[in-house]
Design a protein around this ligand. Structure first.
Ligand SMILES: Nc1ncnc2c1ncn2[C@@H]1O[C@H](COP(=O)(O)OP(=O)(O)OP(=O)(O)O)[C@@H](O)[C@H]1O
Ligand SMILES: [Mg+2]
Length: 270
């Protein structure tokens, strides 16, 4: 079965979607099969990755969640992207309404588990990456419930994101009592600018802080790169936009690191 990774942080604008879609493309370009689940009703991953945007009316996460129990599963909602190795389960804003109706029902935490538990179509993937919204609501709980790992992106100079991190770590801790497989793969520093002294100092401070807590910080830091915004405007990943840009190099390095961590863990488990 694939390794399932939630990209989460309840703080908005930290780089969750940028990480998800570029890590997916990077892994796909290394020959690995990846399914992206867009668990954010904003549908930002969907708007970049989904090749035929009209398909999201027929195939989406919210459609799967709304369907009668047993009628469909997660992989049946997968659609193609411009990378043959990467598929996406799209999402739409209607998912926000579903979240309201699902509150206080088992699906508010177990919906994804219900859709993936006997899903044979997932077996062809090496990785499932789940992009999540900036909150600690039912989509995040659902994602963590089926995940092997979480990655937490944090902008290198965002004190507020750091302040809020304790909340997300607590959610992870709580979810671990229900999903024993769940581990924090690492904190990913994003939007780093080595030209600004404050970023350099803050990066060192953050690394030391998490080291002391025994929390992994990825060796790869995602540098601030205007081409990432340019790529989004053209609805492309950074690799499709221009693989020579350092935004592509950073995400390729992140993919290498993720593969290495998963391989090391698999060796340890054997
Ligand atoms: N390394 C980077 N360099 C420059 N801009 C970036 C970088 N990473 C992300 N951005 C920009 O920052 C903004 C927020 O990024 P993104 O949408 O990935 O964050 P998010 O955490 O998914 O946000 P939300 O919480 O709203 O879902 C976007 O405009 C994106 O293009
Ligand atoms: Mg996002």
């Amino acid at each position: 079965m694939p390794k399932i990774i939630t990209i989460g942080n309840q703080k908005g604008g930290v780089g969750k979607t940028t990480t998800t879609l570029n890590l997916a493309d990077a892994l796909g370009r290394k020959g690995l099969k990846v399914l992206v689940i867009d668990a954010d009703p904003q549908g930002n991953c969907t708007s970049i990755l989904l090749k035929e945007i009209a398909l999201r009316e027929q195939f989406s996460l919210v459609k799967a969640l709304e369907a009668p129990v047993g009628e469909t599963d997660m992989s049946s909602m997968a659609c193609g992207t411009s990378n043959d190795n990467v598929d996406i389960v799209p999402n739409t804003i209607r998912c926000m309404l579903w979240e309201r109706t699902a509150a206080n029902t088992p699906d508010s935490i177990l919906g994804f588990l219900r859709l993936t538990r006997s899903d044979k179509g997932l077996e062809k993937y090496d990785f499932v990456l789940i992009d999540t919204p900036p909150n600690i609501g039912c989509m995040v709980n659902n994602a963590l419930m089926i995940s092997d790992y979480a990655i937490i992106p944090i902008p290198t100079s965002d004190q507020f994101a750091l302040d809020g991190l304790a909340t997300f770590l607590r959610i992870l801790q709580n979810m671990r009592s229900q999903n024993g497989r769940l581990k924090l793969m690492g904190v990913l520093l994003t939007k780093y600018d080595s030209r600004a002294n404050i970023y350099v100092k803050n990066r060192d401070r953050i690394i030391n802080f998490f080291d002391a807590k025994g929390i992994n910080v990825f060796h790869t830091t995602i540098r601030i790169n205007i081409d990432i915004d340019r790529a989004h405007m053209k609805r492309k990943t950074i690799f499709e936009f221009d693989p020579s840009k350092y935004g592509a190099k950073d995400h390729a390095a992140l993919a290498e690191e993720v593969i290495e961590i998963v391989r090391r863990e698999a060796d340890r488990e054997q």
